[in-house]
Design a protein around this ligand. Structure first.
Ligand code: LLP
Length: 416
C-alpha cells in the first residue's frame, strides 16, 4: 500500500486480481452444468481491465446503458453472453444492441416491447427478448436497494409478462427467449432468491403450457457481501445501515440454491451478480490531511471523499476502515470520524471508528470498496477521479490514470 501510494499518489482504488478471479470462478464452477451463465453486472465496476479479467474467467455481462454495452463489447465479451436490462432503453441503445446481436434485451414495459418490435422490424431483424417480471418479493436491505416489490419502477406484473411474451411470439420481429427478475441488492439471505427462482420457474412453466418454451430463467443479481467486521472494532458495535453488516452466504451456496429449481425444470440459468464479484476485491486508499476535534467529535480529514465513494453518504453504508501502519502496540487508541474535503456535511466515509492515533500523511484503507465505488465517482467540487490499480502477486499495474485538471474542461466550449 505504501509503495503504491508513493508511486501513484492518493486517493486510489486498489483491486486484487486473485480475489477477482476467485470470485468470478466461483460463479462459473459452482454448479457443474453447461446450462448456466453468470452475466456480470457491469454497473458495479466498469474498469476495462477488470471486465477483461472477468471475461477470461468465463463471465458474460449484464449492461444497463449504451455506455455499458460499449464497454462490454470493448472488453471482447461475446455478444451471446450479453443481456441488456433497464426501464428506459432509448432507440439508439436498442439499435446498438441489435447491431451487436446480444443474447437478449430484457423488456420492462409494454411500450418498450412495441419500440423494440418497431425498430427491429424496420431493420428486418428479429430481436431476442426476455421480459423482466416484478415478482413482488420483499428482501431485507436498504430501501434504495430493493427493486422487486410491486410499487417499484422495475419489471412488469406477472400477468403483463405473460401478455408481453405472447405478443412477442406473434410478432415477426421478436423472439421471446427469457424471463428475468432482480429483487434487489446487498441481500444477505438466500431464501428470497430461491423464492424468486421458484416464482419464475412456475411462470415459465405456465408459458410452456401455452406453447412458449423459454431458453432461460434469469434470477438477477443481489447477493450481498460482508461489509462489517466486528473484529476491527473496539468498544461499541459500529453503526449499521440495513443489510450492510450481516454475514453473507458464500457464492457457491447462493449459486447452488438459485440454479437448482431452474435446472430441475429444464431451463438454462442466467445470473447477474455485480457486488459479490468485485466488492471484496477492492479498497480505496486515502491519506490523512489533518485532524481536528470539535463538538465532541474527532475528525480525520482525508484526501478521499464522497466524490470518490458515495455509498456512506447515499445509503449510510458501513465500510471497514483499516490503518495501513498498525499502532506500535497493536491496539487502536482513538476514535475518529473519517471525512473528506468536500463542502457537504454528508461528506463522510466512516463514523466513530477505532483507529490508532493518526498523523498527517498516514494512510488508511476503506475496505470492501470494489463495487459501486469508482463506478459512482464524480467530479463534484472540481475533484479529479482517482487512479485505479490492479495488484497481481507482488506486482501492481496502473489500470486507470488519475484524472488531471484538463479533464474538468472535457468537451467544454466557449459561447459564441
Ligand atoms: N441486475 C440488475 C438488473 C440490477 O439492477 C443490479 C443492480 C444488478 C443486477 C447487480 O446487483 P448486485 O449483484 O450488484 O447486487 N449503488 C448501490 C447498488 C445498486 C444496485 C443497482 N442494481 C450500492 O452502492 O450499494
Amino acid at each position: 500500500m505504501v509503495e503504491i501510494a508513493t508511486a501513484v499518489g492518493t486517493p486510489i482504488y486498489i483491486y486484487s486480481q486473485a480475489e477477482l478471479q476467485a470470485r468470478a470462478a466461483a460463479f462459473v464452477t459452482a454448479v457443474p452444468s453447461a446450462n448456466t451463465l453468470a452475466c456480470y453486472a457491469v454497473k458495479a465496476n466498469n474498469n476495462p481491465a477488470i471486465l477483461g479479467l472477468l471475461r477470461q474467467a468465463g463471465l458474460g455481462a449484464d449492461v444497463t446503458s449504451g455506455g455499458e454495452l460499449f464497454l462490454a463489447l470493448h472488453a471482447d465479451i461475446s455478444p451471446d453472453k450479453i443481456i441488456f436490462s433497464g426501464v428506459g432503453k432509448r432507440r439508439d441503445e436498442i439499435e446498438m444492441a441489435l447491431d451487436a446481436g446480444i443474447r437478449a434485451l430484457h423488456v420492462e414495459s409494454a411500450m418498450e416491447l412495441e419500440a423494440i418490435a418497431a425498430i427491429a422490424g424496420e431493420r428486418q431483424q428479429v430481436a431476442r427478448i426476455g421480459v423482466r417480471v416484478n415478482p413482488d418479493i420483499h428482501a431485507e436491505t436498504h430501501p434504495y436497494m430493493t427493486t422487486g416489490e410491486k410499487w417499484h419502477k422495475f419489471g412488469v406484473a406477472p400477468e403483463t409478462a405473460v401478455t408481453l411474451l405472447h405478443a412477442a411470439r406473434e410478432h415477426p420481429a421478436l423472439h421471446p427467449v427469457g424471463l428475468a427478475a432482480h429483487i434487489g441488492s446487498q441481500i444477505t439471505a438466500v431464501p428470497p432468491f430461491v423464492q424468486s427462482a421458484h416464482f419464475l420457474v412456475q411462470l415459465a412453466d405456465e408459458l410452456a403450457a401455452s406453447g412458449i418454451r423459454l431458453e432461460y430463467v434469469d434470477v438477477g443479481g443481489g447477493l450481498g457481501i460482508d461489509y462489517g467486521d466486528w473484529r476491527l472494532e473496539i468498544g461499541d458495535s459500529p453503526q449499521q445501515s440495513p443489510g450492510s453488516n450481516r454475514q453473507s452466504p458464500p457464492i457457491v451456496e447462493w449459486v447452488t440454491a438459485v440454479t437448482q429449481p431452474i435446472l430441475a425444470a429444464g431451463y438454462g440459468v442466467v445470473m447477474e451478480p455485480g457486488r459479490s464479484v468485485v466488492g471484496p476485491a477492492g479498497c480505496l486508499l486515502t491519506r490523512l490531511t489533518y485532524t481536528k476535534t470539535q463538538g465532541g467529535t474527532q475528525f480525520a480529514i482525508v484526501d478521499a471523499g464522497m466524490s470518490d465513494l458515495i455509498r456512506p453518504t447515499l445509503y449510510d453504508a458501513y465500510h471497514p476502515v483499516l490503518p495501513v501502519a498498525e499502532a506500535p502496540d497493536g491496539h487502536a487508541a482513538e476514535r475518529y470520524t473519517v471525512v473528506g474535503p468536500i463542502c457537504e456535511t454528508g461528506d463522510w466515509l466512516a463514523k466513530e471508528r477505532a483507529l490508532p492515533p493518526l498523523r498527517p500523511g498516514d494512510l488508511v484503507a476503506i475496505m470492501q470498496a470494489g463495487a459501486y465505488g469508482y463506478a459512482m465517482a464524480s467530479n463534484y467540487n472540481g475533484r479529479l477521479k482517482p487512479a485505479e490499480i490492479l495488484v497481481n502477486g507482488n506486482r501492481f499495474t496502473l489500470i486507470r490514470k488519475r484524472q488531471d485538471y484538463t479533464h474538468l474542461l472535457d468537451g467544454c466550449l466557449a459561447p459564441e
